[in-house]
Design a protein around this ligand. Structure first.
Ligand code: UD1
Ligand code: UDP
Length: 352
């Protein structure tokens, strides 16, 4: 049995690392295809090294571009790679909601190769987000849909998708469970900052809806500037480009290059709170018992809002400050995921 996994962006390397390991343990052959969407060492290489993800057998080298340029070039190169694969893969496996996901889904569907989607059923119900378009299309093309949460299963049902849907649990949670302590040991806080545990906020901003709107982006930075502690902000290259167009960075905001997964887990665990527009980071903060303020108007991960552990603050400085000052009372309640990736491997095998 042979699975062909298509990855390309930072969060996909984390998810694929967990599934890849489970496939190997199940004795299933995997061919890893990297689209080249993320190529800087700290968005790419470091995740392969830290998480032991095998070298991609095929690298499409696509890089950056407009949505059509990037997705189109991925499709052209991926089609050639999949057509040249003998025997053809039993499943093409795609992850999440990036342009690499969409390209993988469209090419597999047109080549009539069975398509499986990890992190199926997530919805923001905001079609202005490129990710929402990517997810909806991918879910409607996939034959196997691995939903991380019951909400995701319900979202699919409401769109008429019930066949091939499996509630597997969240592979990102499995990764946090696996690496949280490893991170504290291998990359302790003292290697990353002079700040004490609890003596800083951690922030990330990279969503197009924030970076492509100067008013929203400045609002977020103004909110960060009004906080009572330093803010460590590992900056995505998309956001770094905004510095050239006049973005004002308050003095308590410490910009740095993106960090690896282990450094990030350490920074999260010791932060007073996390402020972010990232999907993955919202969940990681809550799972690690650190309050999260989401710099968006909605979230796909509605479970994180329970008990006030995650709060939606948009890009408004006043809402951001008010959210930071509200602390959740009860500890977050959830059971740690242990077997999502194993379930996915078993379902792929059983559905051949
Ligand atoms: C992509 C995903 C987003 C995901 C994010 C994870 C899409 C539509 N978006 O956004 O859902 O949350 O990845 O981090 O797929 N760049 C570099 N170096 C790199 C990669 C990108 O400098 O290695 C710069 C380029 O200027 C590029 C910009 O960042 O134009 C945006 O990159 P892109 O891959 O288009 O989207 P992301 O913002 O990374
Ligand atoms: N992350 C990281 N280093 C960083 C920023 C994020 O390792 O500098 C990790 C983060 O902990 C999470 C994942 O990358 O596991 C989330 O990716 P990102 O925010 O880029 O994408 P999203 O989840 O929003 O699609």
């Amino acid at each position: 049995m042979r699975i062909c996994s298509v990855v390309g962006a930072r969060p996909q390397f984390i998810k694929a690392a967990m599934v890849s390991r489970a496939l190997m343990e199940a004795g299933i052959e995997e061919v890893l295809i990297h689209t080249g969407q993320h190529y800087d060492a700290n968005l790419n290489r470091i995740f392969f090294e830290e998480l032991g993800l095998p070298e991609p057998q095929v690298h499409l080298g696509v890089g950056s571009g407009t949505h059509a340029e990037q997705t189109g070039l991925m499709m052209i190169r991926l089609e050639a790679a999949l057509r040249g694969m003998h025997p053809a893969p039993d499943w093409v496996l795609v992850y999440g909601d990036t342009n690499s996901t969409l390209a993988g889904a469209l090419v597999a569907a047109k080549l009539q190769l069975p398509l499986a989607h990890v992190e199926a059923g997530l919805r923001s119900f905001n079609r202005r987000m490129p990710e929402e378009i990517n997810r909806v299309v991918t879910d409607h093309l996939a034959q196997l849909l691995f939903a991380p949460t019951p909400t995701a299963v319900e979202n699919l049902r409401r769109e008429g998708i019930t066949r091939g849907v499996h509630l597997t649990g969240d592979v990102m949670q499995e990764a946090v469970r696996c690496y949280a302590a490893v991170a504290r040991r291998r990359v302790p806080l003292t290697m990353l900052t002079f700040h004490d545990p609890g003596g800083y906020y951690l922030a990330t901003v990279h969503r197009a809806e924030n970076t492509d709107d100067p008013v929203r982006l400045q609002g977020i930075f103004e909110g960060l500037g009004r906080l009572d502690l330093p803010v460590i902000l590992p900056l995505h290259p998309r956001t770094r480009k905004c510095l050239d167009s006049g973005l004002r960075v308050p003095p308590n905001v410490e910009l740095r290059d993106p960090v690896g997964y282990l450094a990030m887990l350490t920074l999260v665990q010791h932060a007073r709170a996390v402020l972010t527009d990232s999907g993955g980071l919202q969940k990681e903060a809550v799972w690690l018992g650190v309050p999260c303020i989401t710099l968006r108007e909605e979230t796909e991960w509605v479970e994180t809002l329970e008990g006030g552990w995650n709060q939606l603050a948009g890009a408004d400085p006043e809402r951001i400050v008010a959210a930071v000052n509200r602390r959740p009372e009860q500890p977050p309640s959830f059971a740690w995921e242990q077997a999502a990736s194993r379930r996915i491997a078993e379902l792929l095998r059983a559905s051949r």
